[in-house]
Design a protein around this ligand. Structure first.
Ligand code: OAD
Length: 233
């Protein structure tokens, strides 16, 4: 597949998953070295786990924060950010919680699954917390445990975020990068884009159950495919 004449498109959505950050060194979730092969999500990534042992769950997320901070956005994140800087209307709809798109300079980023870099007090709401270790485990106003502001297994998506993600209905080019397409409701997004007549492209070295939904599939790593499609000539 040749370069994409992106100027032809009014609104491009990049729909990203863990594979987007894999070449930066952030582990994916599934597959041989995936996070959920090393850690049982039931012990680290659901409300029950947090209620049972908040400190254990917070320490797990600190480990993840530490890993992400040693990684830098790969040129592939920068390719997307550069398109937006050129004036192209771009929305990144990401399942990733690593903040890499923002670090690379993307402005319109919808974080479907929350962020590693925020915590939530049940009484005092959400606050940013950007270092490798959490600055505190409990709210300094009320003493409640601060929960990572992440959509864990069994949680519903935030309603505001769901409303923002409706942007998928309006895009005319939908580019999915590095997702296994198994986690709902995000797994439905390619179908929504297709039903609304967007050109749908998948970039993923491996096929999955959702691959049939795409007009074109590119079986390469994001770091190879994306600059070929969208990079400087
Ligand atoms: P997965 O780990 O399920 O899938 C990663 C995908 O990236 C796989 O399909 C790989 O083939 C692909 N991949 C690996 N390296 C790649 C590369 N260099 N370039 C392109 N693709 C590559 O990750 P997600 O689909 O993002 O939820 O997982 C969805 C959700 O499940 C995550 O958001 C997370 C997890 O539980 C939360 O954190 C709430």
């Amino acid at each position: 597949m040749g370069r994409i004449n992106y100027g032809e498109y009014e609104h491009i959505v990049f729909f990203t998953g863990a594979g987007m950050s894999a070449e930066s060194g952030v582990p994916t979730y599934r597959g041989r070295d995936g996070i959920w092969n090393q850690y049982r999500w039931e012990e680290y990534a659901c409300q029950n786990a947090f209620d049972a042992d908040p400190e254990k769950v917070l320490k797990f997320h600190e480990l993840r924060r530490g890993t992400v901070l040693t990684c830098t956005p790969y040129p592939v994140h920068e390719t997307i950010a550069a398109l937006e800087k050129k004036g192209q209307v771009i929305t990144v709809v990401t399942q990733n919680i690593d903040g890499m798109h923002q670090r690379a300079g993307s402005m319109q980023v919808i974080e479907l699954h929350g962020s590693l870099w925020r915590v939530r007090c049940p009484r005092h709401g959400i606050s940013e917390d950007m270092n490798s270790t959490y600055s505190r485990y409990r709210c300094d106003k009320c003493g409640e445990w601060l929960r990572p502001d992440i959509i864990w297994f069994g949680d519903s998506l935030n309603q505001r975020v769901t409303a923002e993600a409706a942007v998928i209905r309006r895009c005319d080019l939908f580019v999915s990068i590095g997702t296994s397409g198994v986690v709902y409701p995000a797994a439905r997004f390619p179908r929504i884009a297709r039903e609304n007549n967007a050109r749908c492209i998948e970039i993923n070295p491996e096929a999955n159950e959702m691959s049939f939904l795409y007009d074109e599939t590119i079986r390469e790593k994001a770091g190879t495919a994306l600059p070929e499609l969208f990079g400087e000539e």
